[in-house]
Design a protein around this ligand. Structure first.
Ligand code: NAP
Length: 255
């Protein structure tokens, strides 16, 4: 149980941005609910780290691609733990660079299901409750692909562009109802072993070393920004911001 702590739900809680955001909100007094797809050991470990540090946390395995899964998660957390004050949608849909001929209809559709439809489903399940309570915060982690298409990014960029437009549309309807919607463009690589780390495999450490000190984004620093966004005064809400390591050029400079 949450001991009447505010609840922070993370959908997509690996050891990178999702897990670090959970740690930050737990440190700030929230009960955090970590949800991820497959790694029960990793999930338990993260919950243990948070509770060992004096925080309040619980975990749930869920495949967000399955119909009803996100909706059930919201209902279950609200019924058994408490009202979700802040939700972080943190699922990506990166499948690596694939040429058009190598991008199947199935892969394209799955990109949309995870990147665009899944945050729509989370908002559909959660926003009516937040509206009824008169407040709430919805932070959506996003990516360079939300801002521009690029070679090999047919599925990812189309779906993440949809994510960005969805967030703008949610914001237009719900900001006046005191729901803070933020779309955060992560415009560079993150030190995230469960996502980028798995994509790069054996090359991950060499890749990080090639970027030099602070050349890869520290997910705990992103978490600090999320904490700030969630606690801004509403006269000065951020809807969109971008984050990149100091050595990287922003997406609009990169060829
Ligand atoms: N990592 C980067 O370099 C990078 C760069 C730019 C933008 N981003 C954005 O950052 C966000 C991800 O953050 P992160 O990379 O730091 O990852 P993370 O928080 O370490 O982990 C994300 C977690 O999402 C879970 N997940 C994936 N598919 C799922 C599904 N169908 N249902 C439930 N959970 C699922 C995975 O769980 P399991 O491991 O249990 O399968 C994964 O551990 C995404 O929005 C992505 O677009 C990341």
């Amino acid at each position: 149980m949450s001991d009447r702590k505010p609840v922070f739900l993370v959908l997509g809680a690996g050891a990178g941005i999702g897990g670090n955001a959970a740690k930050r909100f737990a440190k700030g007094g929230y009960h955090v609910v970590l949800a991820r797809r497959s790694n029960s050991g990793g999930l338990e470990e993260m919950v243990r780290q948070i509770t060992d540090a004096g925080g309040s946390a619980s975990g749930q395995l869920i495949d967000a691609a399955l119909p009803g899964s996100i909706e059930d998660l919201v209902e279950q957390v609200e019924a058994n733990i408490g009202p979700i004050e802040c939700a972080l949608f943190n699922l990506g849909a990166q499948i690596g660079n694939r040429k058009l001929a190598d991008t199947s209809y199935k892969a394209f559709e799955m990109g949309w299901r995870l990147a665009t439809f899944a945050p729509f489903r989370l908002a559909s399940a959660l926003f009516p409750k937040m509206v009824e309570r008169g407040s709430g915060t919805f932070i959506v982690t996003s990516a360079t692909a939300a801002m521009r298409g690029n070679a090999g990014q047919h599925s990812h960029a189309a779906a993440m562009g949809g994510r960005r437009m969805l967030c703008q549309t949610l914001n237009a309807e719900f900001a006046p109802q005191n729901i803070h919607v933020a779309h955060v463009v992560i415009d560079g690589p993150v030190d995230a072993p469960d996502t980028l780390g798995k994509m790069l495999g054996d090359q991950f450490d060499a890749y990080k070393a090639s970027k030099g000190a602070d050349g890869v984004i520290d997910p705990s620093a992103i978490a600090e920004t999320y904490w700030h966004i969630a606690h801004q005064p509403r006269s000065a809400w951020t809807h969109e911001l971008d984050i990149r390591p100091f050595g990287d050029t922003p997406w609009w400079n990169d060829n």
